[in-house]
Design a binder for this molecule. Structure first.
Ligand code: GDP
Ligand code: ZN
Length: 451
């Protein structure tokens, strides 16, 4: 995976623009610079240059910046050619670099090299992609905090604390006759407890970060005409979906992305799925099931005038038992119900009007609470996190939990040492100390080309 060759890519998005940038990275780019711009520019100084083809005819003129190793994004020599942002001229420029021995960069390969050259750890590398992909401003702010090392610092602190405790345990193992006293006098149990509490805090913050980054999927289920499309519109805040008077004829948006407190919420109208597939009804039903399967939460809509009918019961029964469910009693402007939130036999329900908007705020609030959003944790302390990080944190937590009894009793110190070692390993996998090549491949292949 480690490359010694020269890579090149267009770093700006496809299409026309004011500026187009070709980026080149490799161990030694002096000869490339010499060939393309006729000189090797001073390090990190913007130099107005002619970009030359093999006959020394100009392809374009623009700015060249040369970042000699190690003071560059990748840690290698980097040459940045900023030309005019048209597809033809930028392609000529890229071809010229390829002609000089560079090859096309894979997606994320610049950042991969930065990681392999220790310019970034794995969390920071991932946050580069997450910053580019951020779909809300809140997610973007979290990603930049992770890129600047907020998350990595927390992980490093945990790893250091685990290492300290490991050293204590290993030292005790070398003097078996005094083992209990030694651990006790060093407050080993207390140290472990503190690590576990800190880990719990990081886990909570990471869950918030991953909600912001990855968002959630909410499915709308219910009988035709109960107001699913209207609710989607109300949540989206505009009139994208077409609402009709005739049951079952909505040709509305199937999926909408809305923001709730910066969390990207994908709302899927399952009826929409079924309705658009009336030619191939079976595939519509399959798609509905697929949508429900990947959902984090379901909103079951009911007409508050009729209450829960047998048909509604049937819809309810078709939902997986473990899918969090919020029942929405809609159309309260037509019934005598007031906008409110209730808990009936452990199940939350909200009374609202998708038409007037009464009660919508209650729905938003409850929905966010149900998916585990904690507004008080969010804010300045937030950082980006992914499922991969949550899994590793949970793994570390399991090992630290299992270490608990051993440190208490001062017995089976080999097992204690092993649990601590595994906890450290899980934590270090987050920042990328022990990371398999195939995981790296998967992470970086999701990047865009040129980054
Ligand atoms: P869907 O089939 O579940 O998607 O239902 P629609 O959103 O298409 O709504 C069906 C009809 O009910 C439309 O005429 C809507 O205007 C109406 N409707 C939806 N929600 C409300 C509501 O809260 N109050 C009133 N008065 N009408 C509503
Ligand atoms: Zn509809």
């Amino acid at each position: 995976m480690q490359g010694n060759d020269i890579i090149a890519a267009v770093a700006t998005p496809p299409g026309r623009g004011g500026i187009g940038i070709v980026r080149v990275s490799g161990k030694n780019l002096q000869s490339v610079a010499q060939a393309v711009i006729g000189s090797v520019p001073s390090p990190r100084v913007a130099q107005l240059s002619h970009f030359l083809d093999e006959n020394r005819d100009p392809i374009d003129q623009g700015i060249a910046i040369y970042y000699p190793s190690p003071h560059s994004y990748t840690g290698e020599d980097v040459l940045e050619l900023q030309g005019h942002g048209g597809p033809a001229v930028i392609n000529l420029l890229l071809s010229r670099c390829l002609q000089l021995g560079a090859r096309l960069a894979e997606p994320g390969e610049f950042t991969l090299r930065a990681f392999l050259n220790n310019k970034l750890d794995l969390v920071q590398a991932e946050s580069v992609a997450d910053l580019i992909d951020a779909s809300t401003s809140g997610a973007a702010r979290c990603a930049i905090r992770s890129l600047q090392g907020a998350f990595s610092a927390k992980i490093h602190a945990l790893v250091r604390a685990v290492i300290d405790l490991r050293m204590l345990v290993e030292a005790t193992l070398d003097f078996p006759e005094e083992e209990i006293d030694y651990l006790e006098s060093a407050h080993a149990a207390r140290q472990l407890q503190i690590i576990r509490e800190k880990l719990e805090c990081v886990l909570i913050a990471s869950r918030q970060g991953s909600l912001l980054q990855e968002g959630i999927i909410v499915v709308l289920v219910g009988q035709p005409n109960v107001g699913k499309s209207s609710l989607m519109n109300q949540l989206a805040g505009d009139d994208v979906a077409i609402v009709t008077e005739i049951p079952g004829t909505t040709r509305d948006t199937i999926q909408q992305l809305v923001q709730m407190e910066s969390i990207p919420v994908h709302i899927i109208d399952t009826a929409g799925l079924r309705e658009t597939a009336d030619i191939v009804e079976k595939s519509g039903i399959a798609r509905t099931h697929a949508a429900i399967k990947k959902a984090d939460l379901a909103l079951l809509l009911i007409d508050s005038r009729a209450g829960l009918t047998a048909a509604d019961q049937q819809v309810l029964q078709s939902l997986p038992a473990d899918l969090p469910l919020l029942t929405v009693y809609n159309k309260i402007d037509l019934s005598s119900e007031s906008a409110r939130l209730e808990e009936v036999s452990g199940r939350p329900r909200v009374y609202l009007s998708a038409k007037t908007g009464a009660g919508i705020e209650l729905l938003r609030k409850k929905l966010l609470e149900m998916i585990g959003w904690q507004a008080n944790v969010a804010g300045e302390g937030m950082f980006m996190a992914r499922q991969r990080h949550l899994q590793a944190l949970n793994q570390a937590k399991t090992h630290l939990d299992q270490a608990g009894p051993w440190v208490q009793s001062g017995m089976q110190l080999e097992l204690l040492a092993e649990e601590l070692r595994l906890a450290q390993r899980a934590l270090s996998s987050i920042t990328g100390e022990f990371t398999a090549d195939d995981l790296l491949g998967e992470i970086f292949s999701r990047f865009c080309i040129g980054k």
